[in-house]
Design a protein around this ligand. Structure first.
Ligand code: UDP
Length: 508
């Protein structure tokens, strides 16, 4: 019966809302979009996720399990042009780029798929496409098909607004130096930054990379609406501001991860191919620690820190006197780093003060573990939401892109973040090996503030817990995010019906 049921669902039925999701292959964009696609399928839409073979393999198990539970969701898989761009088989995700050259090739491979994706859109005849900001050309695809395109923005409303006003008014131009502060224009609160904390293509006029990024941002206003993985209670002022600024509809439907990844297996496998070991070392170690005593340290899915920074961080953590669990992504040809980290790992095992996870951590499980009491985060939006959902205060260590805006949201607006003091916005490939951006003393100080027993720390922890409660309520029936998702799906259904009525009138 199950198979018959599954076959019934394999093609969208005529009356069902047929939605295509097109994620950009990097975990920070793909995870929340796949979670959102799964939520659409839970709420009655027939969903197709377009991706490539290696990327599909990281989510197929979850999608198949949803499908066999009766939710109409599937992947439509394309072959990545590996040979054409000169990449080994299986390297199809930005997180697997271990050098600038590789990253360039992955991005080129993604852009080569455009024509095939357009053909798929025509074949699948969707009623709506939800696409990552990384595919600005889908505005035209949707317009040709006469259907809405939703722009999926995988960060905060706050950062979308802040970035918009900085790009529009360029308050950082003509300052005395790159380290002088400016105030971000048009925000309801006074938020200060320095030009060095902006992405270089925004900081410098006529930067070559602007040709790559500007069309992405610009495509938002030409979309039917924006979909945010955030929630009303978290940043309502900025949710409102983003609506009035962009002049299009928007829906906040987060936190999508907490909403859809309810069981441990799904949370462990999210966005990753390997199954969790039965009794992983990190879990045994965390089980042996006291509640809220461990600091989780992660720089997201992309960053590979320079050796000098790793050394400072290792000493900062060790000297802080607080227990930690640190996920480290390896870099090509870094023998020095490997030797140092090998010794460090040994020392931490002996003292039982810290645990290292290599390359990829089951982050959702670690954050929700009772022993975890805080996180050092690079301020990637997903990590922020996931930490917040677990009620954790954060040490903010932004690295690149819009992460410096997110730091401001955490530290200045929500007051649940302790900035470690990063001064410059840099992607890991341009960090160089000349020195550390953050010194061990600064790290120790931030860890003490967050994990110590000061009043400041207690208050931050309390605020984080309140937000975690709000995050849980918003995705329950009747909550803001819940209602937004239902209302969006209803609106898309009405648009489908109007379109079909229009068509049948023309046929008559
Ligand atoms: N992630 C994970 N394990 C890791 C590193 C990252 O599960 O070792 C997940 C994390 O839970 C999040 C995503 O990858 O969902 C990273 O997205 P984020 O926006 O935090 O940062 P980015 O990687 O895009 O910089």
């Amino acid at each position: 019966i199950k198979i018959a049921k599954a076959m019934d669902q394999s093609q969208p039925n005529h009356h069902q809302l047929n939605v295509i999701f097109l994620p950009y292959p990097t975990p920070g964009h793909m995870n929340p979009m796949v979670d959102t696609a799964r939520l659409f399928a839970r709420h009655g839409a027939s969903v197709t996720i377009i991706t490539t073979i290696a990327n599909a393999s990281t989510l197929q198990k979850t999608i198949d399990s949803d499908f066999s539970s009766g939710h109409p969701i599937r992947t439509q898989v394309l072959q990545f042009p590996s040979a054409q761009v000169g990449l080994p088989d299986g390297v199809e995700n930005i997180k697997d780029g271990t050098s600038p050259e590789m990253l360039g090739k992955i991005n080129r491979g993604i852009s080569i798929l455009k024509d095939q994706i357009e053909l798929l859109f025509q074949d699948l005849q969707p009623d709506c496409i939800v696409t990552d900001m990384g595919y600005p050309w889908t505005v035209e695809s949707a317009s040709k098909l006469g259907i809405p395109r939703l722009y999926f923005y995988s960060s905060s409303c706050f950062s979308n607004c802040a970035s918009y006003f900085v790009r529009k008014y360029r308050p950082h131009d003509n300052l005395v130096s790159d380290t002088h502060k400016f105030t971000i224009p048009c925000l309801p609160q006074s938020i200060e930054m320095t030009p060095l904390q902006l992405a270089d293509w925004i900081r410098t006029k006529d930067h070559a990379a602007a040709g790559f990024f500007e069309p992405m941002y610009e495509s938002e206003k030409r979309s039917y609406g924006t979909l945010y993985n955030t929630f009303h209670e978290l940043e309502s002022d900025y949710e409102q501001l983003s609506k009035s600024t962009m002049g299009i509809k928007s829906w906040s439907v987060g936190p999508v991860s907490a909403w859809i990844n309810k069981d441990d297996e799904k949370r462990a496998n999210r966005g990753h191919i390997e199954d969790l070991a039965k009794e992983p070392e990190w879990l045994n170690w965390l089980n042996s620690r006291q509640n809220e005593s461990v600091l989780y340290v992660s720089f997201g899915s992309l960053t590979r820190l320079p050796h000098a920074q790793i050394v400072e961080l290792a000493h900062g953590l060790e000297n802080s006197g607080h227990d930690f669990i640190w996920v480290i992504r390896k870099k090509d040809g870094d023998e020095n780093g490997e030797r140092f980290l090998h010794d460090f790992e040994q020392r931490m095992k002996e003292s039982n003060k810290g645990c290292i996870i290599w390359n990829w951590a089951p982050q959702l499980l670690i954050l929700d573990h009772p022993a975890t009491g805080g996180i050092v985060t690079h301020c990637g939006w997903n990590s922020i939401l996931e930490s917040l959902n677990a009620g954790l205060p954060m040490i903010t260590w932004p690295l690149f892109a819009e992460q410096f805006y997110n730091e401001k949201l955490l530290a200045d607006v929500l007051k649940i973040g302790v900035p470690v003091g990063v001064k410059e916005n840099k992607f890991w490939t341009s960090m160089g090996e000349e020195g550390a951006m953050v010194r061990r003393e600064e790290i120790m100080k931030a860890v003490e503030t967050l994990m110590g027993s000061s009043q400041e720390s207690k208050e931050m922890r309390m605020r984080a817990k309140k937000l975690a409660d709000a995050a849980k309520r918003t995705i329950e029936e009747g909550g803001h995010s819940y209602n937004n998702l239902i209302q969006l799906i209803d609106e898309l259904k009405s648009l489908k019906i109007s379109r079909e009525l229009g068509k049948s009138r023309l046929d008559d």
